[in-house]
Design a protein around this ligand. Structure first.
Ligand SMILES: Nc1ncnc2c1ncn2[C@@H]1O[C@H](COP(=O)(O)OP(=O)(O)O)[C@@H](O)[C@H]1O
Ligand SMILES: [Mg+2]
Length: 239
């Protein structure tokens, strides 16, 4: 990687190489190649997983509970480190990428939606990177408009207890709205709609199908039906 970049930038210093790499490497979408990946905890859970995803492709991941779907997403984020094989994004091994750069490129809606103690606005936009207009659009897009309007303080509503005063489904939708704002190059959804009521499910699936046009997406579900609805019968991968 460094050699390739240096060819293009023959006289620059290392820091400039890093800068170039951070700003341009995902400009035309993220391609993901997982090769013979081994990872796990005391024992390996992923025992030689290989697949590739083209830039901007939406892929469903299905498999029985405990087969390692969440672990695979954690390995992509290097929350668990691969013990063997490679995870390559646009030709670059994720072990050669700084964690901050990697985790800026990737976005996760986790199986257990995580919120911070603070306002709704802070939860949606922790780095104060977006206008209120953009935040409201993301909220509407995730069917949280009436919920936010029902709160006396709206986006300034205080999330207490790391989200304990919100329902699980509301927390999932807020985590999704956070990603709608961020538009990560590689979006990872881990059973992201599991607790959303059936009436809202369909429209949330529509959001997922349309709100991330430039993201490469891996969507995990343990129900095949959910994946089919999510992705309109696109590519499927069984672990
Ligand atoms: N933090 C952990 N420590 C030890 N074992 C774990 C941990 N998390 C998950 N596992 C085990 O790894 C296996 C895969 O889990 P997981 O990736 O959560 O599966 P899935 O998401 O497909 O249901 C399971 O056997 C689970 O018990
Ligand atoms: Mg899981």
């Amino acid at each position: 990687m460094a050699r390739q970049l240096e060819r293009g930038l023959p006289h620059c210093h290392n820091s400039q190489v890093v800068l170039e790499f951070q700003s341009n490497w995902l400009a035309s979408g993220a391609r993901l190649d997982v090769q013979e990946l081994r990872a796990g905890y005391a024992e390996d859970v992923l025992k030689g997983v290989t697949f590739s995803v083209e830039p901007r492709m939406k892929v469903g991941v299905v498999g029985t509970t405990g087969c390692g779907k969440s672990s695979m997403l954690l390995a992509l984020l290097r929350i668990i480190e691969p013990r063997g094989g490679r995870i390559v994004i646009n030709g670059i091994d994720t072990r050669d990428i700084g964690l901050a750069t990697l985790r800026t490129a990737l976005g996760l809606v986790p199986q257990e939606p995580m919120l911070f103690t603070g306002t709704l606005r802070h939860n949606l936009d922790p780095f104060k990177a977006y206008t209120d207009g953009r935040i409201k659009k993301a909220v509407n897009c995730c069917h949280l408009e009436s919920f936010v309007k029902s709160l006396p303080l709206g986006l300034d509503h205080q999330v207490s207890d790391e989200g304990g005063n919100l329902s699980f489904g509301q927390r999932q939708l807020l985590c999704l709205a956070r990603m709608v704002l961020r538009q990560p190059a590689l979006l990872l959804l881990d059973e992201a709609t599991s607790a959303i009521d059936p009436a809202t499910q369909e429209s949330v699936q529509d959001t997922i199908n349309h709100a991330f046009p430039t993201s490469t997406m891996l969507a995990v579900a343990h129900r095949l039906e959910t994946i089919m609805e999510f992705l309109g019968h696109q590519v499927m991968m069984l672990l």
